[in-house]
Design a protein around this ligand. Sequence first.
Ligand SMILES: [Zn+2]
Length: 329
Amino acid sequence: MTWDIVGHELAVRQLQLALERDEMPQALLITGPESVGKMTLARLVSNALLCQGPAAQRPCGACRACRKFASGNHPDFMAVTPEEAGGSLKIEQIRAVERFLTLTPNESAHKIALIGDFERATTAAANALLKTLEEPPVYAHLILLAQDADLLLPTIVSRSRRIDLRPLSPVTVDAALQTRWNVPAEQATHLARLSGGRMGWAVRAVTETEYQQRMDNALRLLLGLLRQDLPARFETAQALARDEHTRPDEILAYWLTGWRDVLLIQTGNAPRITYRQYDQALAEIAQRVPPNAVLQALQALEACRDALQHNANAQLWLENLLLNLPELA
Ligand SMILES: [Zn+2]
């Protein structure tokens, strides 16, 4: 049985085996970076548990249970995530999960609750879930998603079977974009490089039309910052950290691309740059900023991106990053 997910072969095989042997753990904790495939995998496990098709073909996609699941109407499946983007997972939501799992299944042998962004659970919410984790009803399955198990209560982690998803290789993302999403080769390779191995991000970049616009805006912001004085940069950092509509980690990914382009120009590889429409502005930077300072900027960006992915204080990191950018003014 091939599950409809790119990569993560080991995790998929492990879960399929558990299904075949009817040994699916009652508590699964799927961890990994944002958009790496946690939700896709969790939905496949849920769907496979509910599917009434032949055992070797679950999820079959054709039975009544699969059709109900696909349309979001399966009565034995419940998914909760924080109600607002960036908000927390509240105790009322966990109580709703508890109530859902208390009642026996309606149509299948299992009842599944999927909880996304579990690192955003309030302490009260996490503690409330512990009770359910300690003595789940026999038919109950809990699937928790989190970016990093270190951010969760150790008692939650120790009661769950952990599945760690790592970023895919750029080659895998590249090939999937070309074969499954019909993305032209050059664009696919470029997006795969930008994606950091996160398939979900790459697919959104292809399917969301404003993607190119966001990429351009990010580079223009960087070009502007290089000519700003420190107080102006300080304000920009604060605005970036505060603005709920911008995703700092995404902007940082584009800036990484911009600085790599500068480095490519400096090493005589100008034809390989990504931001071709900005080649003159980038060539000017390549001429005025020494290569070691470009490398430093790249390292600082990578450190900042890592920190933000681990929920560090965004404003502090962005201030530090922006104030230390080279100056072109
Ligand atoms: Zn089915």
